[in-house]
Design a protein around this ligand. Sequence first.
Ligand code: AHG
Ligand code: MN
Ligand code: MN
Length: 313
Amino acid sequence: MQHEPGTTKFQIDLRRHLREQNICDNLVHLICEIAEAGKYVINAVRTGDLGVAGTSNLYGEEQLALDVLSDRIIRKRLIHSGVVCNVLSEEMDEVLQVKPEAAGLYSVAYDPLDGSSLVDVNLAVGTIVSIYSGCDLLQVGRKQVAALYILYGPRVSLVYSVGKGVHEFTMNHLMEYTLTRENITMQPAGNIYAPGGQRNKYCEGVERFVRYLEAKGAKLRYSGGFVPDINQVLLKGKGIFMYPALNGSPDGKLRLLFELNPMAYLVEQAGGAASNGRMPILDIRPEGYDQRVPIFIGCREDVEKALEFVNEA
Ligand code: AHG
Ligand code: MN
Ligand code: MN
């Protein structure tokens, strides 16, 4: 996208950028509402009590776990957006039907606070969002019309795609999201690896792949937070994240609808790849809302290499 000379890219805010994508007004509105909700989530993360659900705070008031609180913040915003039919989050037991009709409306699957168990040790966490047109949330990820995450780290950033590239916005001192990187692209291969799960539970192929990475001098960069870990691989443009099948957990840990589809959409948009070891994440037909799937995601050649090792073994 061309911006008139004299306009530095830091002056472009999220709403303006979305409008320039030539997408439906309802989708612009929806993404802006989610971005607004993120401001309340970061406030809760920064200042909220670190208790668990059902316990009470200093004043004897009942307090909510941060993931439950984040879920309520985002859900409320979605319900009042007026442009949503179905909503489902990692914290909800069933799909919430906000409006019965599908025409011109969107359905949203989200992980309100991924990595919530890392807040007490002050590591970065995030919100992950997947958006479909119409009411069906059990579609292949390739049908997403938009995906985004908000990363609550030392800074707050928002990375989104509506199928026209991947773009990063950073929250400024006025809590506005301003464009910091446009059309993020990943290199074909990289030297960062972020391996989830316990290594002694890896299958032989994955163990051999890790040894290959170590031998070629790749750097281990794993925080245990899916959003910051993916953000690093995506924005540095190099490397691979994996959360493979583990001995005893053949589907890995991460969830297809709330975590993997949106990240796979963003990484593919940036020229990378995401696979469960056999097929692209975005082509998996979900069998249930809480389906877990192993994942290898990142630079195209790194993912291909992982698949070679996995399928050879
Ligand atoms: P959540 O906090 O939404 O339950 O998910 C946390 C995820 C993700 O952030 C990370 O990649 C993974 O769990 C790490 O899990 P383990 O530390 O259990 O391997
Ligand atoms: Mn999660
Ligand atoms: Mn979560």
